[in-house]
Design a protein. Sequence first.
Length: 301
Amino acid sequence: MELGMIGLGRMGARMAERLVRGGHRVIGFDPDTNARQGVEAIGGRSAASVDALVRMLAAPRVVWMMVPAGDISEATLAALEPLLLAGDTLVDGGNSNYKDTLRRAARLAQARIDYVDCGTSGGVWGLTEGYSMMVGGDAAAIERLRPVLETLAPAPDRGWGRVGPVGSGHFAKMVHNGIEYALMQAYAEGFSMMRHKEQFDLDLHQVAEIWRHGSVVRSWLLDLISAALEKNPRLEGIAPHVSDSGEGRWAVAEAIDLDVPAPAITLSLLARLRSRDTGSFSDKLLAAMRHEFGGHEMRRE
């Protein structure tokens, strides 16, 4: 199958390579010249612009976007929309907000262009392990994409599926990432407890290795924890700053809108926000209050 790939960053480039290895014809575009050269090096072709990429594809065309959510995806769509024709399919494989997906799909439907949202998980490991893909959109359009999805997935019959109509793929991925936040936070807190129990001098890498086999908390995230602790047992040189890419925030907002209690996901998001407040005014005020009402020790910077 032939398709165009827009966005050849770390994940997009690996997806393109997996597709080429699977026998698909990939034409890639990225503003970065090195990224375009990279897709050529793996056996694909490159285009110097979005317009050139569309012209190089045979109709009906399939264009797969792997660009960040927000302004970049809006700009990419604005460039693509006047170039696509009825019968073409546009796949958003990034982490767009599902509400943006619904809006975009409704607009493209007027031109009879299929818009498919593919919530994609797997990160940099997807090239070798395959990608987990939650796909939303018209059933017939997704069926036409089956050869591509089966190639990208861990196996043709697992790790991917149509989860519902357009918007549902990105919605499922948003919830997926919210769960991911909570799982990561629980692991981090548990290992921190063990790290601070100096009496036992626990080897955290050893504990992680034990838990990886037979334990009810075994997971791929635990595999990654074990690998990280083996390389750097005390996590030296790593700043305690945890970023978020947006999906956790959207998941918390959605839980509020749906009146669904999601305390673990919410608190894990707040913990990430807290990690960035290195000069926390609230902590300073707490210390000042304790000093004022009880004469408690107040450390000076």
